[in-house]
Design a protein around this ligand. Structure first.
Ligand code: NAD
Ligand code: WQD
Length: 344
């Protein structure tokens, strides 16, 4: 079966995608510089799938390394480009690191693809490109106006989407699928791979699971005075395994020459918004574990509410994120227990 190059494939979303690709029979090569992941993730993938994917330890901004990779694996049919730095706060403090890594890695991968005659790329974008949609654009669909990014990280996603469109305009052979993820959460049901946050988690779910297991004294809920039913912010939390499966659908579509447009854009979300308090309460309910929390002030720059209209992905990709939130939250809890050596 076709060979797919997965950049950032030992990372959180990448590793789950590699599993789904391999389970569908694809040959996978991972390239990762291990800047935000561990090579031991390969053991988890191998334990789930039964075989180890090919792994190249290299940096996607390194043209000679990428050139050598494409020369060595000369049958790559498509690329899924996850490799990027993703910490929003860090991007505010170190913007150049983000522009260098996230923009240069995409440019380098596209150049190497062109040189080696590889014409299909799937790119990891984010709902952050929509900012706070107006009420008339909620749930938000792919045609909603993009808004000026509130962080250098978010800006790299907008710039990278533009780079892809410009290159596709100039190079008619290129086909690209831009996937705008909403809020990926949870872990593989096997608890053999999952999210491994660095230091104090900035994202909600890892903070909830670390508080539940006693690593953090309490969760701070950032604001209960928003214009939402319970006053806390609303997001579209999507199960990482459902998200991974969408990548397989996107690859299938590209390889079967179905795309109607050279650049296709899909929202990947559930279509349902949940509040911070709904997530915390549901987590406590399904796990039976208490999560001490305190309502504090709003977090600067937070979006009040955003969730996806995912009809295009549902219809065109034939994909739906339908894992119940209870199951998703249990998977996150099982993973947290596993990595802390606690019997579930
Ligand atoms: P992650 O940090 O777990 O995975 C990214 C992987 O890329 C890591 O393994 C890292 O070591 C690797 N990497 C980074 N720079 C590299 C480089 N120059 N060369 C080679 N490898 C490199 O992050 P993730 O959550 O799996 O995110 C994957 C992609 O999805 C990213 O592009 C991210 O911006 C995007 N995304 C993530 C979220 C989210 O909430 N997790 C939401 C929207 C979009
Ligand atoms: C979710 C909700 C917080 C932590 C970030 C990036 C975005 C995208 C996804 C990549 C918010 C609240 C959180 C905590 C809390 N990533 N919260 N206490 O804000 O949607 O976006 O991740 O593209 O670019 O900005 O996700 O998980 O940080 O927060 O109350 O300790 O949980 O206020 O309402 P967010 P998040």
């Amino acid at each position: 079966m076709a060979r797919i190059l997965v950049t950032g494939g030992t990372g959180y979303i990448g590793s789950h995608t590699v599993v789904e690709l391999m389970q569908q029979g694809y040959d996978v090569v991972i390239v990762d510089n291990l800047s935000n992941s561990d090579q031991a993730v390969l053991d988890g993938i191998t334990a789930i799938v039964g075989t180890c994917p090919e792994f190249v330890h290299a940096d996607c901004t390194d043209m000679s390394a990428m050139d050598a990779l494409f020369a060595r694996y000369n049958d790559i049919a498509g690329v899924i480009h996850f490799a990027a730095s993703k910490a929003v706060n860090e991007s505010v403090e170190q913007p150049l690191k983000y522009y260098r890594n996230n923009v240069m890695s995409l440019v380098t991968v596209l150049e190497a693809m062109k040189k080696h005659g590889v014409h299909n790329v799937v790119f990891s974008s984010s709902c952050t490109v929509y900012g706070q949609p107006t009420a008339q654009h909620l749930p938000v669909d792919e045609t909603a106006p993009l808004q000026k990014a509130t962080s250098p990280y978010g800006n790299t996603k907008q710039i990278n989407e533009d780079i892809i469109r410009d290159e596709a305009h100039a190079n008619s052979a290129l086909h690209a699928t831009i996937l705008r993820y909403f809020n990926p959460i949870g872990a593989h049901p096997s608890a053999l791979i999952g999210e491994l946050p660095n230091g104090v988690p900035q994202n909600l779910l890892p903070f909830v699971t670390q508080t539940a297991i006693g690593l953090r004294a309490e969760l701070k809920v950032f604001g209960n005075d928003y214009h939402t039913p319970d006053g806390s912010c609303i997001r579209d939390y999507i199960y990482v395994v459902d998200l991974a499966k969408a990548h397989v659908k996107a690859v299938e579509r590209m390889l079967s020459d179905k795309p109607e447009e050279q650049v296709e854009v899909f929202n990947l979300g559930t279509g349902t918004g949940l509040s911070v308090l709904e997530i915390v309460n549901t987590f406590m309910h399904v796990t039976g574990v208490n999560v001490p929390y305190q309502i504090v002030g709003r977090r600067e720059g937070d979006i009040e509410q955003v969730w996806a209209k995912a009809d295009k992905a549902n219809e065109v990709l034939g994909w739906r994120a339908d894992t119940p939130i209870e199951q998703v939250l249990m998977s996150a809890w099982k993973w947290e227990q596993k990595i802390r050596g606690v019997e579930g």
